[in-house]
Design a protein around this ligand. Structure first.
Ligand SMILES: Cc1cc2nc3c(=O)[nH]c(=O)nc-3n(C[C@H](O)[C@H](O)[C@H](O)COP(=O)(O)OP(=O)(O)OC[C@H]3O[C@@H](n4cnc5c(N)ncnc54)[C@H](O)[C@@H]3O)c2cc1C
Length: 385
C-alpha cells in the first residue's frame, strides 16, 4: 500500500503531530519490517517528506529540526512505533551530526544537504571483531598515500549497512584513531547482510568490508588522532536517541498491556482487576514517566549547551534501556501465551528492547561511566537536579 508522504512545510514537531504520523504510517508497518528484515521504502520517504532525517541539526545549522527536546520527542515516537526505524534514524543522525560538526567543507558540501533531506542515508561503522565496548581497540587501518587515504578493515554490526549511502568509518592512522566519511558506492566497499538479528530486524544490519578503499584527503572528519573524541561525541547523540526510543518502547508496552488487561477475563474478572497484574502495569507507568523525565533533562541540557548533558544522557540511557527490557518482559507475561505469538507486538518489543541494552554503550558500560563520574564529582552529583 502506498504511503501518503505528506508535506514537510509546516511540520510542527509536536507530540500530537509526531504521534499521528507514527500511528498512521510507521506502526502499521512495523510487524512487516520485523518479519521481512526490511522497512517499507515508502516509510523512509514519508520520513523524508516531513524532514525527519535532518532533525538532529536545527534549522539554523542547515537542518530541519527545532532542538533536542523535539528530537527526543521524535525518537520516542519512532521507538513507540518501530524500533528498527528509530535505529536507522539514530545512526543517520550520528553520521550527519559528525559530518556537520567536524567534517571538512568539501565533505559537507558533498553530503550534508542530501543527508538532511533523506536523499542519502548515513551509517556509523565503529565495531570490529576485537573492538566492541572497548572501541579504542579498532584495527581498521587508514594509510595516507599521495593525495588521499587508503582504508582496510572489517566493520561488524552496522545498522543500516545494507542501504546506507554514507558511512562514518573509524580507523587507525599513524598518529592514532580518526574518523572518515566513505561513499558506500566506493569500489573498495563491500556489504555483507546480517540476517536473523534478535531485534530491530528491519534495520538492515550489515558487515562492511573495506578493501583498499581509496578516499580523498578531505574525507577525514576531525583532526587526525582525535577519532576517539569524535566517536565519543557521536555516541552521545546515539545514546540520547536510544534512550528516547526506549521511552517509546515503554509507552508501547504500557498501552498494549492496559488494552489487553481490560479485555481479557480470567477468574471471573478482567485481568486489570487482579492486583498482581496491577503491579505490573503500575511499574510500567512509573518507569515510563521516570525515563521520559530523564531523557527530557538530558535534552534540555543539550539545548542549553551544558556539558552536564553527557552524564545525564548516560543515566537516561541506562535507566530507559533497563526499564524497557523489564516492561517488555512483563508485557509478554501479562499477555500469557498470546504474548508469545506474532499476533501481538509485545514479543517484538521484548526482542527490540534487549538490543537497546547492548547498542550505543551497553548497560554495563553506562554503569562504569556513571559510577566513575559519581566517584570523581561527588559534590556535583549531589546537587544536579
Ligand atoms: C542490532 C545491533 C546493531 C548494532 N549497530 C551498530 C552500528 O550501527 N555501528 C556499530 O559500530 N556497532 C553497532 N553494533 C555493535 C554494538 O555497538 C556492540 O555490540 C557493543 O558495543 C558491544 O560490543 P560487543 O558486542 O563486542 O560486546 P563486548 O564488548 O564483548 O561485551 C560483552 C559483554 O561484556 C560486557 N562488558 C564489556 N566490557 C566491559 C567492562 N569493561 N566492564 C563490564 N562489562 C563489560 C558488555 O556490557 C557485554 O555485556 C550493533 C549491535 C547490535 C546487536
Amino acid at each position: 500500500m502506498a504511503v501518503d508522504t505528506g508535506v514537510q512545510s509546516g511540520f510542527a514537531w509536536s507530540r500530537g503531530e509526531l504521534g499521528a504520523f507514527v500511528d498512521e504510517v510507521v506502526a502499521p508497518r512495523a510487524a512487516e519490517a520485523d518479519r521481512t528484515g526490511r522497512i517499507d521504502p515508502d516509510v523512509l520517504s514519508a520520513c523524508a517528506a516531513r524532514g525527519l532525517w535532518g532533525a538532529v541539526l536545527p534549522v539554523a545549522q542547515g537542518g530541519t529540526g527545532v532542538g533536542m527536546v523535539a528530537l527526543a520527542r521524535l525518537h520516542e515516537e519512532a521507538g513507540r512505533g518501530c524500533s528498527a526505524l528509530r535505529s536507522l534514524l539514530t545512526v543517520h543522525s550520528m553520521a550527519l551530526y559528525a559530518l556537520h560538526r567536524w567534517g571538512t567543507d568539501g565533505v559537507r558540501q558533498r553530503w550534508q544537504a542530501a543527508l538532511v533531506a533523506g536523499e542519502a542515508l548515513g551509517a556509523f561503522c565503529l565495531t570490529e571483531a576485537e573492538a566492541g565496548s572497548d572501541f579504542a581497540a579498532i584495527r581498521t587501518s587508514a594509510r595516507q598515500r599521495g593525495d588521499g587515504w587508503i582504508l582496510d578493515g572489517h566493520k561488524l554490526w552496522v545498522t543500516g549497512g545494507q542501504l546506507a549511502d554514507v558511512l562514518l568509518v573509524f580507523a587507525r592512522t599513524q598518529t592514532g584513531p580518526a574518523a572518515f566519511v566513505v561513499d558506500a558506492a566506493n569500489p573498495g566497499v563491500r556489504r555483507i547482510p546480517v540476517p536473523g538479528v534478535t531485534g530491530t530486524r528491519g534495520s538492515q544490519v550489515a558487515e562492511i568490508v573495506l578493501d583498499h578503499c581509496e578516499l580523498p584527503l578531505d574525507a577525514i572528519v576531525g583532526p587526525e588522532g582525535m577519532g576517539l573524541a569524535v566517536a565519543t561525541g557521536v555516541l552521545d547523540i546515539g545514546r540520547f536517541s536510544v534512550a528516547a526510543g526506549c521511552v517509546g518502547i515503554l509507552q508501547a508496552c504500557l498501552r498494549a498491556c492496559v488494552d489487553y488487561a481490560g479485555l481479557r477475563r480470567q477468574g471471573g474478572a478482567p485481568l486489570r482487576d487482579h492486583q498482581l497484574v496491577q503491579q505490573l502495569i503500575s511499574a510500567m507507568a512509573v518507569d515510563t514517566r521516570a525515563a521520559r523525565a530523564l531523557v527530557g533533562q538530558a535534552a534540555r541540557l543539550k539545548d542549553e549547551g551544558s556539558p552536564d548533558t553527557i552524564m545525564a544522557t548516560c543515566i537516561a540511557k541506562q535507566f530507559a534501556a533497563t526499564a524497557a527490557v523489564a516492561a517488555a518482559n512483563d508485557a509478554v507475561q501479562l499477555h500469557g501465551a498470546r504474548g508469545c505469538s506474532d499476533d501481538y507486538p509485545v514479543g517484538r518489543y521484548l526482542r527490540d528492547a534487549k538490543v537497546m541494552e547492548i547498542i550505543e554503550g551497553s548497560t554495563q558500560m553506562q554503569h562504569v561511566l556513571i559510577a566513575d563520574d559519581a566517584c570523581r564529582n561527588r559534590a556535583r552529583v549531589v546537587i544536579v537536579e
